[in-house]
Design a protein around this ligand. Structure first.
Ligand code: CP
Length: 312
């Protein structure tokens, strides 16, 4: 089976079959990263541009590693190193990148919709690496992969997503993704951090964190995004942590062997305690490991590969 799509811009536009195809392909890619020589020639001759207009550690590095493990030529540009600082528009930038005939462009931008605009102006495939408060599809896909790896079929599983829902592209993409896979998504956070209409993402809402995590199979904690808040939406960090921080005591309210997830970067001691972040239920670093395989799978599939194809 092949992924018949030009771009990966959000989770909404992926079918359940396409999500399963991506996750199955990613599972097959994991083994390459465990070899002594972590490189296959699958994408030799392909050109991938990483165009990051916002800071990133996990997403940028894992896309870069994924491209190199598949032997693609990978070029990175950042906000400060692109001619957009001299006033070039995004559309002109897109046209100039297109003129160099890349195969795939990965884009992170502070404005929601920027990767969609890019995708309309280039023949290359565009992957959204996170745009404003809109979407982070590759994070949601790697989260689905990590959850599926541990729990199997996600149908009927309860996932509590806790924190700053209003500013979180990760929350939005994950709510849509987990709902599509049949899971029951519950959002919780302070009323000031939960925008009206979030139910349209397929999630229930409660302002009581304990209610959200009671019986949960997965607890996904979100970072307080100070950089996206015009006004502080909670009174003090200590108060936030008391009502919406994940402590060991709270973990015990969830199901036995609950999975603790966080997309990173974490504010230790704010939304998650040190003990929980580094504790036995945390799969936070496994999410990061899976991110490389997931992004290898996307590059491979967008370049025309099929699930049953030979990746060497
Ligand atoms: N999860 C995530 O998007 O992390 P980075 O901002 O470090 O890429």
């Amino acid at each position: 089976m092949q992924l018949r799509k030009k771009d990966i811009l959000d989770i909404e536009s992926l079918t359940v079959d396409e999500i399963n195809l991506i996750l199955d392909t990613a599972e097959g890619m994991k083994e390459i990263s465990e070899r002594p020589i972590k490189k296959v020639p699958t994408l030799r001759g392909k050109t991938i541009i990483l165009f990051f207009h916002e800071p990133s550690t996990r997403t940028k590095v894992s896309f870069d590693i994924a491209a190199k493990r598949l032997s693609a030529d990978c070029i990175s540009i950042s906000a400060s190193s692109s001619s957009m600082v001299k006033g070039e528009t995004l559309i002109d930038t897109a046209r100039n990148l297109e003129a160099m005939n890349p195969d795939i462009i990965v884009m992170r931008h502070s404005s929601g919709g920027a990767p969609n605009l890019m995708a309309r102006h280039v023949k290359a495939s565009v992957i959204n690496g996170g745009d404003g408060m809109h979407a982070h599809p590759t994070q949601a896909l790697l989260d689905l992969m990590s959850a599926r790896e541990k729990l199997g079929d996600l149908g009927g599983k309860r996932i509590a997503i806790i924190g700053d829902i209003a500013h979180s592209r990760v929350a939005r993409s994950n709510a849509v993704g987990f709902s599509k896979m049949g899971a029951h998504v519950v959002f919780s956070g302070p009323p000031t951090m939960i925008p009206k209409g979030v139910e349209t993402y397929g999630a229930d809402v409660t302002y009581d964190m304990d209610e959200a995590i009671r019986g949960a199979d997965i607890i996904m904690m979100l970072r307080i995004q100070k950089e996206r808040q015009e006004n502080f939406l909670f009174s003090t960090v200590r108060e936030y942590s008391r009502y919406y921080g994940l402590s060991e005591k709270r973990v015990n309210m969830a199901k036995k062997d609950v999975l603790i997830m966080h997309p990173g970067p974490m504010n230790r001691g704010v939304e998650i305690s040190e003990a929980v972040a580094d504790g036995p239920y945390s799969i936070i670093l496994e999410q990061v490991t899976n991110g490389v395989a997931l992004r290898m799978a996307l590059f491979y599939l967008l370049a025309g590969g099929s699930r049953d194809g030979d990746t060497h």
